[in-house]
Design a protein around this ligand. Structure first.
Ligand code: COA
Length: 171
């Protein structure tokens, strides 16, 4: 398996793999296009996995903010992640998440938030974000699926607030 940064030539295949992984709906594929066109896009954090010379998976991490009274903290959100059905359950998703965390840390960000499967992400260090006092108002989701991973030790200490996804997340 080869994990690398997404290139322009991958865009079409990334679109198709997201459509396939999300049960033939285009919402996530279109979300990726909107994020790529937004100022929250960080090219190094759009990462693909190749297997057998084809695109097997993709992960996107991009900028969001946490509003804490009059302060605003820049954070990263993970969305979406997709692995082609034929390549699922072979560790592709895990490698993409680990590489996403590593690169996010390398770029100097302190935390990654996400909304996702409560049983999948804890093994990568994600915990329910509301236990740290973070709020989410833009989406109504159960507590256990709104998660955060502190990637720089101590980053989440002494503050909290409302996670705000940027406009690109809303079509
Ligand atoms: C969620 C998703 C990205 C996971 O990707 P994946 O490559 O299948 O993930 P992994 O292989 O790392 O892990 C999946 C499971 O396979 C298991 N697994 C990992 N490597 C394995 C291997 N070599 N052999 C067998 N099983 C393996 C893992 O333990 C994990 O088990 P779990 O369900 O108990 O956690 C993928 O299923 C997907 O694209 N789903 C549709 C889109 C989606 O829902 N995206 C996430 C939105 S939050």
């Amino acid at each position: 398996m080869r994990i690398r940064t997404e290139e322009i030539q991958d865009h079409e295949a990334v679109y198709q793999l997201n459509v396939e992984a999300f049960g033939h709906r285009e919402d996530e594929a279109q979300l990726i296009e909107r994020i790529r066109a937004s100022e929250g896009f960080i090219p190094e954090l759009s990462i693909v996995a190749e297997m057998d010379h084809q695109l097997a998976g993709h992960i996107l991490l991009s900028k969001a903010s946490v509003v804490d009274e009059d302060k605003e903290h820049e954070v990263i959100v993970l969305a979406p992640i997709a692995v082609k059905p034929d390549f699922q359950k072979q560790g592709v998703g895990a490698q993409l998440i680990q590489e996403g965390i590593r690169k996010t840390k390398e770029l100097g960000y302190g935390a990654i938030f996400l909304i996702g499967h409560a049983s999948y992400y804890p093994k990568f260090g994600f915990v329910p974000a509301r236990t740290y006092g973070f709020e989410l108002k833009q989406f109504e989701v159960p507590d256990e699926v709104f998660m955060v991973c502190e990637i720089t030790e101590g980053f989440l200490k002494d503050w909290s607030g409302e996670l705000r996804y940027p406009d690109s997340f809303f079509s």
